[in-house]
Write a protein that binds this ligand. Structure first.
Ligand SMILES: Cc1cc2nc3c(=O)[nH]c(=O)nc-3n(C[C@H](O)[C@H](O)[C@H](O)COP(=O)(O)OP(=O)(O)OC[C@H]3O[C@@H](n4cnc5c(N)ncnc54)[C@H](O)[C@@H]3O)c2cc1C
Length: 418
């Protein structure tokens, strides 16, 4: 159901949306319902439905959508990307995040290879990922550390250049290799199943978090260990787990970016990740609204469908308006930031913070409209609520991200301009 202010979609965009909706309802939703009830180690066991999801996604070549045609991908435009992410988020926010993160290191490796002229990894890593139809190449983004969460994202502030705030996962040059030592936190999405990591680590500790580097790490190297799969409240269908590096070695040019470009690349990655989160959680909010609308029509109390009560109507209207608000902002931010380099972090943050907050509120109100059955694990609404709760912390805690965006808009606002 598309209750929305529909833009003029091309026939191709419409077809992509219909196909992704079919994938979300036929593949994601049934798998997510099962994965949500499993302990974290079973979620990643060989027999888990998680692998059916990954294989079905890769089999169709969908995992390459974010790569430019020059690198063997489909190179979808910003609006199509939003349509896809909204549908995936409608199916399952946790699985949408897992599929998105799986491609992310390969997409950024291709982008950084173009920026830096370091083309080695295009052949060694990106091309095999593009050819993969069996989900053998799965990526993760490893930035958070046990003692460095929000501060690792504080790009552009004074704190970002303080030596004592430097991360403890370090890369040290040794001849024509880098040696990596340290730990990434249990929050790394796909952390226990990934084959490759886009690792954000410290290269110049005296420069604080700003002295970072970005490396592509094949995770089968010696000296790399995984932590256990994380157990958590929401997005239980998203695998997460820590990664420990103990003198792991990578060739010199697997370090794609050093301190010179690190702040720009961090800001770019955070912008695109936050813009994607906005689209995914628009989808979750829509799913919750749809379930509340359906229930309001079929549930009768005192001889009337509950949808005839004005209090219920008021809730449905507020939920509908919230979904539209989330979609409008997240589409605009994603389309803008797909065409702009560097992307505008303030708009991506506005999208992420607004959409995850709206998704949490809509899921909560949907649960209220369903009454007691809303709390039951028989229906997906309580899962939307738990999944949306996790999103207020995911990819940056919302309050903290708001401060980041505020600094950026204050900086660029000039009293001299009309
Ligand atoms: C579902 C999910 C998926 C995730 N996926 C990934 C991933 O793929 N890769 C990865 O590396 N990480 C991932 N994370 C980690 C996530 O990005 C961090 O949890 C987040 O950045 C916050 O860090 P923290 O948990 O250490 O909290 P902290 O930084 O310790 O923050 C705790 C509290 O203190 C507040 N606070 C901290 N510093 C400030 C400040 N300067 N000003 C004001 N308030 C402040 C925060 O707002 C928060 O309320 C994921 C997290 C979740 C929940």
């Amino acid at each position: 159901m598309y209750l929305e202010l529909d833009p003029d979609l091309t026939s191709e965009q419409g077809e992509v949306r219909v196909a992704t909706h079919g994938f979300a309802s036929g593949v994601l939703r049934p798998a997510a319902a099962r994965l949500d009830r499993m302990p974290p180690d079973e979620v990643v066991a060989e027999s888990s439905p998680l692998w059916d999801v990954f294989r079905a996604w890769y089999e169709l070549g969908n995992h390459t959508a974010g790569l430019a045609p020059a690198h063997g991908g489909t190179g979808i435009d910003g609006l199509t990307r939003h349509l896809v992410l909204e549908e995936l988020g409608w199916g399952s926010a946790g699985l949408a995040a897992g599929l998105g993160v799986a491609a992310m290191p390969f997409e950024f490796t291709a982008m950084l290879a173009e920026m830096t002229g370091n083309h080695r990894l295009l052949d060694e890593v990106v091309a095999p990922f593009v050819a993969d139809r069996d989900a053998r190449f799965i990526g993760c983004w490893a930035i958070t550390e046990p003692s460095h969460g929000s501060d690792a994202l504080e790009v552009g502030t004074d704190a970002f250049t303080r030596a004592r705030a430097a991360g403890s996962c370090r890369a040290v040059a040794d001849g024509d290799e880098w040696v990596i030592t340290g730990e990434k936190a249990a929050w790394v999405s796909n952390g226990t199943i990934a084959t490759h990591a886009l690792l954000f680590c410290t290269v110049a500790p005296s420069s604080g978090p700003a002295g970072g580097g970005v490396a592509m790490i094949p995770l089968d190297r010696l000296g790399i260990e995984r932590g256990p799969a994380l157990d958590k409240l929401g997005q239980r269908d998203l695998n997460q787990g820590g990664i420990r590096f103990d003198g792991a070695r990578i060739p010199a040019d697997y370090l794609l970016v050093g301190p010179d470009q690190y702040p720009l690349v961090l800001s770019t990655v955070l912008s695109l990740a936050n813009a994607g989160m906005g689209a995914i959680f628009t989808g979750l909010a829509r799913a919750a609204l749809e379930d509340a609308l359906a229930y309001a029509k079929v549930r009768t109390q005192g001889g009337h469908p509950i949808g005839e009560h004005q209090l219920v109507q008021g809730k449905l209207f507020a939920m509908f308006a919230a979904v539209e608000q989330a979609r409008s902002l997240s589409r605009a931010a994603l389309v803008h930031n797909s065409q702009t380099f560097p992307p505008d972090l303030a708009y991506s943050i506005a999208s992420k913070v607004t959409c995850t907050q709206r998704a949490f509120e809509v899921a909560s109100e949907a649960l209220q409209v369903l009454g007691g059955i809303g709390l039951s694990r028989e229906l997906p609404v309580e899962k939307y609520f738990r999944d949306a709760r996790a999103s207020l912390i995911e990819d940056g805690v919302n309050e903290f991200l708001g401060l980041q965006a505020a600094r950026s808009i204050l900086e660029r606002y000039s009293l001299d301009e009309p």
